[in-house]
Design a protein around this ligand. Sequence first.
Ligand SMILES: Cc1ncc(COP(=O)(O)O)c(C=O)c1O
Length: 371
Amino acid sequence: MFESLEIPKNLYPSDPRFGCGPSLVSTDALSELSSTGMTLLGTSHRKPKVKNLVKEVQEGLVNYFDLKNHDVVLGNGGATFLWDMIGLGLVENKSKHHVCGEFSNKWYKAHKNISWINTELTDVEYGQGLNPSDQDDCDLIALTLNETSTGVQMTGVPSVDSNTLTCMDATSGAGQIECDHQNVDFYYFSPQKVFAAEGGLFIGFMNEKAKTRALKIKEDSSRYIPIIMDWKLAIDNSLKNQTYNTPSISNLFLLNEQIKSMNVLGRNKVNELAEKKANHIYSWAEGKPYLSCFVSEDKYRSRSVATIDVDPKITVTELTKKLSDLNFCNGIDSYRKLGRNQFRISLFHNVSLENLEKLTEALSFCIESNL
Ligand SMILES: Cc1ncc(COP(=O)(O)O)c(C=O)c1O
């Protein structure tokens, strides 16, 4: 269908990376990393140089998110790892899940596999959003700020009683989608999205209530919790600006560079830029007869991951393959398990509005010349 496709040179973006994770790592940060030469990579994570880097990451996040009641806890494993760590070490009896896509569903399934806790599910058809709510017999409410698979954002934080924890997977929204994060007991993310680092690390903001729960469960000696998932070790090491086991130092470096640059702008400005990109992409989709927004209600349309359905006359996978072969852009396919004829496009902070405008214009050009 697109064999002879040629895209005008003026529509080429300055960076082809529009994927929703791993995301657009800044090339400036990569140059900075290589300029550290023999002084950082290959040195010990128990010594001041790396510990200071971890401290800078933690302080940078406190500043960016204006954290007042949370410690920044980090460790190896990413968000997927935390689903089990939360199920094993933060849920007392029952967790409630709000599912609107593949990631919130995977978190639910991870808890379901733990036979000594119970789970409750509220779900909607993919493409719809929902308002999370508390439930009396649940002691942990699982929230997903941004469903990366469907492009649905769910910013509501239910108010809960003193025996219930709110826990939010903010992986692809943290940094540019607002919610009442000061009132989330454990808010966590992986850094390979808005924070433009690489995978393999988890970062969480943990308040006293969440720490108390973690320590209480740890003291219950009848529960087996793998050492690598021990909350006390994660918290104690983080307070000493370390991770329990050896981290990727280059990842911490890239993360720190991104936090520094986002702190120069501040959260409000970053959110504003995200809003502008979201406005651009959703109005583009609404203005073309061969496109439609997958998420029907505007309030649930993600400000960091846009999902746009395409007329079946155009096979999106053929187009995206051609665009990737041309090195025009990559990473804009629908989430694989969703299997829709859809573009899923990153609006993450490092994707500029200018490049996004070029991308949408070029996509229109490709589709219109093949309809
Ligand atoms: C919302 C959400 N949660 C969890 C994950 C899993 O993160 P990781 O691959 O770092 O474990 C992802 C990855 O894309 C995600 O988008």
